[in-house]
Design a protein around this ligand. Structure first.
Ligand code: 13P
Length: 341
């Protein structure tokens, strides 16, 4: 079925009502950190077992997950019974996707700032990922807020790289998830996040235009407008939702079919509440959904704890978060619903 979808249809399917994306594309280094937190050794087999548990969560995958972002290792891995992991995702009716950036490196003469690498040879790698079943891709740019940061050089260089990646994807047959992440790690206030997020998105859409990227074939994955984690003044769910929508309306053309947020270190409940509130504030020119990593996986990771006898508990925890976030894409989540479950 999925073989015949156009890129526009894939993009629409990624943000279908009630559904969102599972970001399971942690690099080997990042998944090791996650496993360290539950005292599980990170090996190809434990990584396979953990991800197989998620992808075989039939209820969550069928009803609330539109696509899964995979890491290079995972898209080539087979489940215990020999089925390629992308096939398990497809069997549940979801689309396999692939992280294609090669991570970040320090940006010369811009202390503390990062540039995402991975453009060299990308066209060839995209062709291989298409043959492995990928329908969409992801590239993450990182913008940090701090003293004298971000610089225009950092924003411009990262936006150009995102645009070149997106053009290569569309040309090669993948829907690009365009992810410029303004980090919430610092002590900056929400006003600063608002200004920086607007600047970054303006630059990203300018570069996508220069690179002639057809926006109908793309999905945006932005941060929400939110105070830094170490900021003393944390604002309400309402404030985050209103300011995020205000910035998105200033910057994201209606030709973009959907926006799938990253969770960025928000609590599970905050990430769900913010998304639901924004969806209540319509009508909106694009669909608003999720592409969460931590906010979908923290609970199942803990419930699983690396033990085969906990697979069902891990799947229940994943199904719960997927259902809560699926409900949030319809603007129908509530704290009561969260507690009732
Ligand atoms: P988080 O939701 O944990 O921020 O991860 C999403 C992601 O894919 C970051 O690139």
């Amino acid at each position: 079925m999925t073989k015949t979808l156009t890129l526009e249809q894939v993009a629409e399917a990624m943000v279908a009502p009630g559904k969102g994306i599972l970001a399971a594309d942690e690099s080997t280094g990042t998944i090791k950190k996650r496993f360290d937190s539950i005292k599980v050794e990170s090996t190809p087999d434990t990584r396979r077992d953990y991800r197989e548990m998620l992808f075989r969560s039939t209820e969550a995958m069928k009803n609330h997950i539109s696509g899964v972002i995979l890491y290079d290792e995972t898209i080539r891995q087979k489940a215990k019974d020999g089925t390629p992991l992308p096939k398990i995702i497809e069997a549940a009716g979801a689309l396999p996707g692939i992280k294609v950036d090669a991570g970040t490196k320090p940006l010369p003469f811009c202390p503390g700032e990062l540039i995402t690498e991975g453009l060299d040879g990308l066209g060839k790698r995209i062709a291989e990922y298409v043959s492995l079943g990928a329908k969409f891709a992801k590239w993450r740019a990182v913008i940090d807020i701090g003293k004298n940061m971000p610089s225009y050089n950092c924003i411009n260089a990262n936006a150009q790289a995102l645009a070149r990646y997106a053009a290569l994807c569309v040309e090669g047959g993948l829907v690009p998830i365009v992810e410029p992440e303004v980090l919430m790690d610092g002590d900056h206030d929400i006003d600063t996040c608002e200004k920086v997020t607007e600047w970054v998105l303006k630059e990203v859409y300018a570069q996508l235009y220069y690179a002639k990227v057809p926006l109908e074939k793309t999905v945006l994955k932005p941060n929400m407008v939110i105070a830094g984690k170490k900021c003393a003044n944390q604002t309400s769910w309402q404030d985050v939702a209103q300011r995020t929508l205000k910035v998105l309306k200033q910057c994201v053309p209606p030709a973009v079919p959907g926006i799938a947020f990253l969770s960025g270190g928000q609590s599970d409940e905050d990430a769900t509440a913010h998304l639901s509130l924004m969806n209540q504030m319509g009508p909106l020119p694009w669909r608003l959904s999720f592409s969460y990593g931590r906010a979908l996986q923290a609970a199942p990771l803990k419930a699983w704890g690396g033990k085969p006898e906990n697979v069902a508990a891990g799947q229940r925890a994943f199904a719960h978060r997927a259902r809560m976030n699926g409900t949030a894409t319809l603007g129908k989540w509530s704290a009561e619903l969260e507690k009732a479950a």
